[in-house]
Design a protein around this ligand. Structure first.
Ligand code: ADP
Ligand code: MG
Length: 286
């Protein structure tokens, strides 16, 4: 290998906002058969907004906002922004607990309350009129969170996170290269499938617990080398396990550290550009 070609290749890509950390990555890119994407913040903007509140709007939103006040989850940010827009008073909570991959719970006004997904609401009473709306909202690519007080679901909040403008063309470009695309997400399967349809992703693996993402990448490696594209804390192990780890520049520090390639502009088209550039550079130094 001639180091000059390597430097030229990575130098040029760096100007495009594609940081390639080492030569190993360049070599692995040639063998990639599958590109796996995280959803939130990778395929989507990662800036979710509240679109619907089912139940008594003020009570449901105020309860959720109180619970989410100290959470750093993107869904929490959406709930807090809406509570602020609605001019609601957000009360203090105690005994706050984050339940990984499910949601959060705390004491609100002395009562145990929660906000999170169906797994977190599984032990609570869910009124039929609420249940009836869940699938509909999810098919509109909206994440539904359940808000409950003392084992009674009091309402639903639907939250939408739109795909990035370039996601669809980026996926199409990878398909044109003959690559398979997969979405790996902790979100619900209906929501994941609705987003996948919007951007043209081949396969969806949903309801994945944060600790299980790397295992799914390993399973996909049975069919050939895998590139994983992600941004979150929970994406770090998958970025490490993948043959090519591609981190979003807007991602968490640990994701950026774990990726062999970093996309500074957070543009998914840069996945295809990174693959093209790596191939070119690798073929030149071979
Ligand atoms: P992702 O980032 O792919 O959505 P997570 O593992 O962070 O995956 O979360 C999985 C699901 O758990 C979310 O889609 C949501 O339904 C629920 N959840 C997690 N954290 C929260 C939270 N702070 N508030 C509400 N729901 C949450
Ligand atoms: Mg993410």
């Amino acid at each position: 290998a001639t180091p000059t070609a390597l430097m030229v290749g990575t130098g040029r890509s760096a100007k495009m906002g594609i940081l390639i950390k080492n030569g190993e990555v360049l070599e692995a890119v040639n063998d990639v058969k599958t590109v796996v994407f995280d959803k939130t913040g990778t395929i989507t903007n990662g800036k979710p907004i509240v679109t619907d509140v089912i139940g008594d709007r003020a009570t449901v939103l105020a309860t959720a906002a109180a619970l989410e006040a100290t959470s750093e989850h993107p869904l929490a940010t959406a709930v807090l922004a809406q509570a602020k827009a609605d001019d609601l008073k957000v009360s203090e909570v105690s005994d706050f607990k984050a339940v990984e991959g499910k949601g959060v719970t705390a004491l609100v006004g002395g009562k145990r309350a929660f906000v999170g997904n169906d797994k977190l609401a599984a032990d609570s009473v869910l009124p039929d009129e609420l249940q009836a709306q869940v699938a509909d909202l999810q098919d509109q690519a909206k994440t539904v969170v359940y808000v409950g007080v003392e084992n009674q679901v009091i309402g639903l909040i639907a939250i939408q996170d739109a795909p990035k403008p370039s996601s669809k063309s980026a996926i199409a470009a990878l398909h044109a290269r003959g690559l398979k695309t997969v979405m790996l997400t902790g979100d619900n399967v209906r929501v994941a499938q609705a987003i996948a349809k919007q951007v043209g992703i081949d396969e969806v693996i949903a309801d994945v617990l944060p600790g299980d993402k790397a295992d799914h990448v390993q399973a996909l490696q049975k069919d050939g080398a895998v590139a994983f594209v992600g941004d979150g804390i929970n994406d770090a192990p998958a970025l490490t396990v993948a043959d090519v780890g591609i981190a979003m520049g807007s991602g968490t520090d640990i994701a950026i550290e774990s990726g062999g390639i970093v996309l500074v502009k957070n543009d998914l088209m840069d996945v295809d550009r990174a693959l093209a550039l790596s191939k070119k550079t690798f073929n030149r130094i071979k």
